[in-house]
Design a protein around this ligand. Structure first.
Ligand code: FA5
Length: 342
């Protein structure tokens, strides 16, 4: 019987090696191993053998069965891979270099304004830094002098993550890392997406962009801040603008200001955009608080600095005459078409 089984095994292996189609392989499998299959029949016929011989023959048949099962599975994998390769070869080739039949995409208005501003700052020797969107509580708050129970935290309703980190509420979250990276003196801007759990309206989104800047050197004063902001904003708006400072409170600057620019639409005469006041509130700023410098590893006895935080989304709104900030995040192509962004 053993000799016979060996011959059966060799024949089956030969047959498997000749099969070149997955359906035929399945058919073969059920003919050999299925309920009415050949090997199953042999096992059923064991009862015809001598009682003493049965266990030995049964084991030998089962061994052959296992070997054939393994051979079939291996062959299946080979045939599947062959079929996949064949399909891949037949797949329609896509030429990504062909021009689209549909409309071309464009940069987002916020990206355009951001790039324009970056160019202006680059010519003045600023480095452009990237901040994280997921930040630590330390970087977003503590490192900029907003401790755990500081009331200023209430002004920035924060999205907290389960791991204790948060979605950055302000680009100021990058200040500490940049100071530690470059030390003093430094000139850097750092645009970025910010998140706050706001009640939404035409000028408030839960996701918006800011562009922050820092200059740190010896003897930096409010006079530098005024001159620098006036020159830079005039360059951004391509118009000679007047600016004014009003006191503003931010724990990371001392003194802190709200900076207004003369309305670029009516030259300060009063119009709908500036609500007849002649001024537009644009950019909080101030002299960097000595504690913030210290947290960043910079000696406040020797160095002082200026920080400002432009609302980039609101700037894009002004530049393109968009009357509702929410349109910028709407993903509606009609907005881009209307404002003529290409
Ligand atoms: C800040 O976030 C400070 N980190 C700015 C700063 C930097 C001050 C450096 C001093 C020194 P504030 O919360 O005011 O400040 O936001 C700054 C600007 O971001 C606002 O003037 C506004 O233009 C924009 N902004 C704030 N919240 C929103 C919002 N929900 N939607 C759209 N723009 C917003």
């Amino acid at each position: 019987m053993e000799e016979n089984l060996n011959k059966i095994k060799e024949r089956l292996e030969f047959q498997i090696s000749k099969i070149d189609d997955i359906n035929n392989l399945e058919k073969f499998k059920s003919e050999i191993l299925g309920k009415k299959g050949k090997i199953t029949q042999i096992l059923k016929n064991l009862k015809n053998y001598d009682e003493n011989e049965r266990p030995k023959i049964g084991k030998a048949v089962n061994d052959v069965k296992k070997i054939i099962e393994i051979q079939i599975e291996k062959k299946k994998e080979i045939l599947k891979t062959k079929e996949l390769n064949k399909n891949l070869q037949n797949i329609e080739k896509i030429d990504f270099s062909l021009p689209t039949k549909d409309e071309l995409g464009s940069l987002h208005p916020v990206t355009i304004v951001q790039r324009e501003i970056e160019e202006i700052f680059k010519t003045m020797g600023f480095t452009i830094e990237d901040g994280n969107e997921v930040e630590t509580e330390y970087n977003n708050f503590e490192a900029v002098n907003v401790h755990k129970y500081h009331p200023a935290r209430d002004m920035q309703d924060t999205y907290w993550l389960e791991n204790g980190q948060l979605l950055k509420t302000q680009t100021s979250a990058a200040q500490n890392k940049i100071m530690k990276k470059y030390g003093a003196p430094l000139k850097a801007i750092f645009p970025g997406r910010c998140f706050r759990n706001e009640s939404l309206d035409a000028s408030h989104e839960n996701t918006f962009f800011q562009l922050e800047g820092m200059i740190i050197d010896e003897n930096i004063s409010v006079a530098n801040l005024i001159y620098f902001m006036k020159t830079t904003l005039s360059e951004i708006f391509k118009k000679d603008l007047n600016i004014r400072l009003r006191p503003g409170f931010f724990p990371f600057v001392e003194p802190g200001f709200e900076l207004d620019v003369s309305c670029m639409y009516c030259n300060g005469k009063g119009c709908k955009v500036c609500k007849q006041g002649g001024w537009i509130e644009l950019c909080p700023c101030g002299l960097i608080h000595p504690k913030v410098l210290e947290f960043g590893g910079i000696n406040p006895e020797k160095y002082s600095g200026v920080a400002f935080g432009l609302g980039l989304s609101r700037l894009a709104m002004m530049k393109y005459g968009i009357n509702d900030l929410r349109l910028l995040n709407s993903g509606d192509l009609r907005v881009l078409k209307q404002i003529g962004v290409k």
